[in-house]
Ligand binder design. Structure first.
Ligand SMILES: O=C(O)CCC(=O)C(=O)O
Ligand SMILES: [Fe+2]
Length: 216
């Protein structure tokens, strides 16, 4: 019996194999919400491959928005993929779902493994250059429910992502979202914080961002 236990104790620890990827997990904010960055979610080779595949194959649209009575193109291209029958109003724009393709399904399932929730839709943004941007907002549409989990994957050029607290003006963060990173926003984040992708005068490569969501 003693011998047997010794043998068993000497087995390699398979619960933490050395091949487990270091995802580069970092807590960005844990006040009034939780924002977590996984800097190494995808390898650079994988991110590069996915960038070009999505860039070439997705059905990109130029949406328009009405500001002060004038209709203007939004400063980025978008695509919206979801389970059948879903539609979603975002910044006053009604998005009709396109069906999942195998590439998007595979990214979704890798994101779900880390986020430990399932998603039924993804809003995809293409920032063609530094003039493309997304202004301050919270992802607080009623369809997303009270404390939504938003999982955001970045591919291609690095862009700055800024956050600011809605009440405590001194609470801010800035992170550079590199290719292959995954950012999770959860808990009360959308209630207390706003985020943006500012324009930049620097030369930047095109960037694709996928935000996975659960639409009720
Ligand atoms: O491009 C990003 O990283 C942010 C996108 C975003 O905030 C959104 O789609 O709601
Ligand atoms: Fe957002």
């Amino acid at each position: 019996m003693y011998q047997q236990m010794r043998l068993w104790d000497n087995q390699p620890d398979i619960s933490h194999p050395s091949s487990v990827k270091d995802l580069g997990k970092k807590v960005i904010i844990d006040t009034d919400g939780l924002v977590i960055l996984y800097g190494n979610f995808l390898t650079l080779t994988e991110s590069d491959r996915l960038f070009w595949e999505l860039y070439k194959s997705l059905n990109w649209r130029q949406e328009e928005i009405k500001i002060f009575g004038k209709i203007r193109p939004i400063p980025r291209l978008t695509a919206w993929y979801a389970d059948a029958g879903k539609s979603y109003t975002y910044s006053g724009i009604k998005h009709h779902a396109q069906p999942w393709n195998p590439t998007l399904k595979s990214i979704k399932s890798q994101v779900e493994d880390i986020a430990e929730v399932t998603f039924n839709s993804v809003l995809i943004n293409l920032y063609r250059d530094g003039k493309d941007s997304m202004s301050w907002h919270s992802d607080d549409e009623p369809e997303l429910g009270k404390n939504p989990m938003i999982a955001s994957v970045s591919l291609g050029g690095t862009r700055r992502f800024s956050g600011k607290h809605k009440i405590h003006k001194n609470l801010k963060f800035n992170i550079d979202l590199t290719s292959g990173s995954l950012l999770l926003m959860k808990g009360e984040t959308q209630h207390f914080w706003q985020h943006q992708i500012p324009k930049t005068s620097q030369v930047v490569e095109p960037r694709i961002n996928l935000t996975f969501r659960m639409v009720k």
